[in-house]
Design a protein around this ligand. Sequence first.
Ligand SMILES: [Zn+2]
Length: 81
Amino acid sequence: MTQTQDILDIASLGQIAPPRRPAAEQKRTFLSIWFRCCHVYGRLYRNAARTSYNGCCPRCRNRARVLVRSDGTTRRCFQAI
Ligand SMILES: [Zn+2]
């Protein structure tokens, strides 16, 4: 019974991905997000399929998601709505 809030912005995976690095270093990519519900910053982590960034508000656990598309924005900061 989880609710996911879609965010209107979409992220461009190709353009925001960090430079290629050795496979040994597989840091999880994340986006910063501003949760308006609680006025706090949080992080969205990329899913395994690299199709979206998912996370939730650190205070109220409100879930948020940013979709990844090749034609999306290159911004790395988002607001949860
Ligand atoms: Zn919240």
